[in-house]
Structure formats: structure tokens, C-alpha cells
Design a protein around this ligand. Structure first.
Ligand code: SF4
Ligand code: SF4
Length: 380
């Protein structure tokens, strides 16, 4: 593992994103303690010392689990980052104290305002709530070491926010080789760099989608470097960006941790030939990709119909890529189907990928109906 200097800290270049721990039940629920413990211990044993969670991850269970799992380790052997989400509707003071109790610590190494974007920018800039003033006081009291924010905002919104206040120690943005152009992550990265704010990366593999490229896109990368995994291309792209400090990966298995830690054994950015191959593969994949859901599940708690939206989108994408409608039916049977969507739009504000979720549900429901009709006719 290689490390990056940040103030007086030495941070592992690969950080542990605590959003995708194994769960006790499919599609949500409590973190599976024994399985999650194996994954976290493996990460710490391989030199990962930066762990990123949030008040809302797994409805608070991510912070609770980390509090339990890290309790026996010296507090200075790892860096713990968490976040305050204004949308939770609770006062920051109350949330912050609860987070310290959940995580069984008396300070956070990094504390962020969570999920800044076009919808919530005014909440975070609300002078009456004065979130930043509160966080500054906690910093002065030694309960926070660094203050930052996580953002899905486009560069214009980000500029507006930073013109209001740019006294942040870091910023966490969604950055990967597809979103570099698709969501203008490049514009965000360059703006933060100009402002002197170090960048942390989330969704480096776009929720795992960059580990499962289409066969055509994968073939381009395999030809360029047969021994490299698809995931390593995503990470090595980020190693070429000098203002990136920590790349977070939400890892669910010890195999993922081991493979990713191997990639981060040394700094090894793409050379020019490899960059050209990656641009070609990205452009082929973008044409074939379907709906760019990263499975973050932010939308799920907003859905009054109780839909497992990322699971349904996964079924829709599999149909798009493989043309096999049975997969759509299979996913539909496991959970409430897309036809139950109320078209209320409550999910739209939550989606950092700006996906037209109701429209996707409508298209999926139509596919499901098409699939069901021939069977009814045959009396199946
Ligand atoms: S539009 Fe459909 S998927 Fe979105 S929140 Fe409403 S019911 Fe759920
Ligand atoms: S639809 Fe959007 S909010 Fe929902 S899981 Fe996918 S990326 Fe996340």
C-alpha cells in the first residue's frame, strides 16, 4: 500500500468505503457482523488506514458496526471519516453527538457535509443553521481534525458554493474515467484543484460497473494489457491525477479488498498508450451501457412504493446488454415490480447520477408486460 501525506496524517491511497458491507438479507437490512468483520479486518491488515462512513449509511448500521469492529484497535491506527446529511432533518448538534457514540470515539479525522448538489446547496448555505460554524467549533475543541464536503454538484453549483465558502480541508467527489466526461467530473476536479482543495474520490469504478464492461470494451483493454484486471484500469486512471489523495472503494468481500490492495501496492498511473486504449474502451462502453445506476441506494428510502430501484435497474440493464427478457422477469419476481411505481418523482432529488428513475420504471414495466402477454396467451 502506498500512502499520501495530508496535514500531519499519512493516508492510505486506497480508502475503505463503508457503504457496501455484506448484509444479513438481500436488498437491504442489518450488516452481517461476522462477514463484514472479515472484510474490514482484511482491509486493515493490508494497510488500508482510511475508513469512510456516513450518518445515513445502512440506516446508521454502518457507523454502529464500525464502532463495534474498531473498538479494540488503537484510535491512532486508523482515520475515520463521516458525514452530516442535511436531508436527515435533524439538528447537526444532535447528529454529531450520536455519531460519536455510534462510532465509540471522541473525534473524527474528517467530517463532511454530505451530498452537496443542485437540490440541497441552499440547505448547506443556510446562515441560520450555520452548519460550518458549528463544525469549526468542534474542530477548535479537537473533536474534528479536518472539515470537508462530499458533492455530486455540477461545476457551476460547486463554484457557487465555493464562492460562498472555500475554507475546506478536502472534498469528496464522484470521479472515474466514464464520469470524467459524462458527469463533467473533470470540471469539478479542475475547479477544486484551482481552489487548492485536495480531492477524495468516490465511485472510482462507478458502483462496480467498470469491472464489468461489455465484451467489446473489455477486449480493447485486455489487448492493451492482458495481465491487468478491468478494475485496475479504473484505479490507475485516478493515480494519474496529482490532486487526488484518497480513492474510496466500497468493498464487500475479502477478494475485492485483496485485489484492490494489490493494485495500490505502488503508484502506477497509465502511460500514454494505455490512456488512449482506455479512451477507446470508454467510448465503446458508453454507447452500450444503459442506465448508469451506481447502486448507492440513496433513492430507496424516498420511494413510497417500496421499490428496490437499483435491483430493478440492474434487470433493465441486463436486458439492454444481453437482450434476454427472462432476466427482467426474474428480478421482477424477487421484489415488487416496476409497474408498482407511482410516478411521484420522490426518488429524482436523491439520485446523484441524475437518472430518470420514473421513466426507467415505465420502460421496464412495459417490457415486463410484453414478456407476460405471450405467456398468458399460451396459458403458462
Ligand atoms: S417515481 Fe416511482 S420509483 Fe420514484 S419514488 Fe415514486 S414510486 Fe418510487
Ligand atoms: S437510481 Fe440513482 S439513487 Fe438510486 S441506486 Fe441508482 S444511482 Fe443510486
Amino acid at each position: 500500500m502506498y500512502y499520501k501525506k495530508f496535514h500531519d496524517l499519512s493516508l492510505s491511497a486506497l480508502g475503505f468505503g463503508a457503504l457496501r458491507f455484506p448484509l444479513e438479507g438481500e436488498g437491504g437490512g442489518r450488516i452481517h457482523r461476522a462477514e463484514a468483520r472479515k472484510v474490514l479486518d482484511c482491509a486493515l491488515d493490508l494497510g488500508i488506514n482510511y475508513i469512510d462512513t456516513a450518518y445515513t449509511y445502512n440506516d446508521g448500521d454502518s457507523e454502529r458496526f464500525l464502532g463495534e469492529a474498531l473498538a479494540g484497535r488503537p484510535r491512532d491506527s486508523y482515520c475515520l471519516a463521516t458525514k452530516f446529511y442535511a436531508v436527515s432533518g435533524k439538528p447537526v448538534e444532535e447528529v454529531f453527538e450520536e455519531q460519536l457514540r455510534r462510532c465509540r470515539t471522541d473525534y473524527f479525522d474528517v467530517y463532511m457535509l454530505h451530498g452537496l448538489d443542485e437540490n440541497y446547496i441552499s440547505d448547506y448555505m443556510d446562515e441560520g443553521k450555520d452548519y460550518i460554524g458549528y463544525l469549526q467549533r468542534q474542530k477548535e475543541a479537537g473533536r474534528i481534525r479536518c472539515i470537508g464536503f462530499s458533492s455530486h454538484a455540477n461545476p457551476r453549483t460547486l463554484e457557487r458554493f465555493l464562492s460562498w465558502n472555500d475554507r475546506f480541508d478536502m472534498a469528496l467527489i464522484q470521479l472515474n474515467y466514464l464520469d470524467w466526461t459524462m458527469l463533467d467530473a473533470r470540471g469539478q476536479y479542475e475547479l477544486l484543484t484551482r481552489r487548492g482543495i485536495p480531492v477524495w474520490v468516490m465511485e472510482p469504478l462507478k458502483g462496480g460497473r467498470l469491472s464489468q464492461l461489455s465484451p467489446e470494451a473489455a477486449a480493447i483493454l485486455k489487448e492493451a494489457a492482458p495481465e491487468r484486471s478491468l478494475s485496475s484500469w479504473g484505479f490507475r486512471f485516478l493515480m494519474g491525477l496529482p490532486n487526488v489523495k484518497v480513492v474510496l472503494s466500497g468493498m464487500s468481500t475479502t477478494e475485492q479488498v485483496t485485489e484492490n490492495a494489490e493494485t495500490f501496492r505502488r503508484e502506477d498511473p497509465l502511460n500514454e498508450k494505455e490512456q488512449a486504449a482506455l479512451r477507446r474502451a470508454a467510448s465503446v462502453f458508453m454507447e452500450q451501457m444503459g442506465v448508469p445506476c451506481s447502486s448507492c441506494r440513496y433513492c430507496c428510502s424516498a420511494c413510497p412504493a417500496g421499490l428496490d430501484i437499483p435491483l430493478l435497474i440492474k434487470g433493465y440493464n441486463e436486458y439492454r446488454v444481453s437482450g434476454e427478457t427472462w432476466r427482467v422477469v426474474d428480478y421482477e419476481r424477487r421484489e415488487r415490480g416496476a409497474e408498482a411505481c407511482l410516478r411521484c418523482g420522490a426518488c429524482l432529488k436523491r439520485c446523484p447520477q441524475k437518472i430518470d428513475i420514473p421513466g426507467t420504471m415505465a420502460r421496464l414495466a412495459a417490457l415486463e408486460a410484453e414478456q407476460a402477454c405471450p405467456q398468458e396467451q399460451k396459458g403458462v
